[in-house]
Design a protein. Sequence first.
Length: 149
Amino acid sequence: MKQKQGENVTMLKQKLIYYQSELSRYKAKLQQYEQSDMMSLIKENEYLKGELESLTKRLHEATAENVLLKELAFQSEERYKQLQQVRKEKDELEKRLAERKKQIEEETNLDSWFIRTLKQQNAIVSPSAKTNPKHHSISSPFSFSEEEK
């Protein structure tokens, strides 16, 4: 029985040595995994920091562009208002011009019967009268010159 106990003790010692070596091996693997995970986390952290920096830069650029676009939209709206005002003034001036032309035409038409009559009398004058302005073959109530004798 002692021999059996001695074998059991030896066997237990061997098992203990085996399990200690297995434990050391698993601890080494665990440490390797932890380091590997730590390295991958560090790399991922660096990558994410770069992404954050890039996105922050793009955000600032987009914000600056947005401010510029708002300013341009405001200027465009102001120019549109000015254009509308100029068009309104143009229409008003065209209306005034048309009224003035109509007024001048009416004034001209009032005098035109007299002027037309004078022009017609000058057109009736004979061709010889045109060469000799002192000699009129046709007299009219508006011609006051004496005929040559």
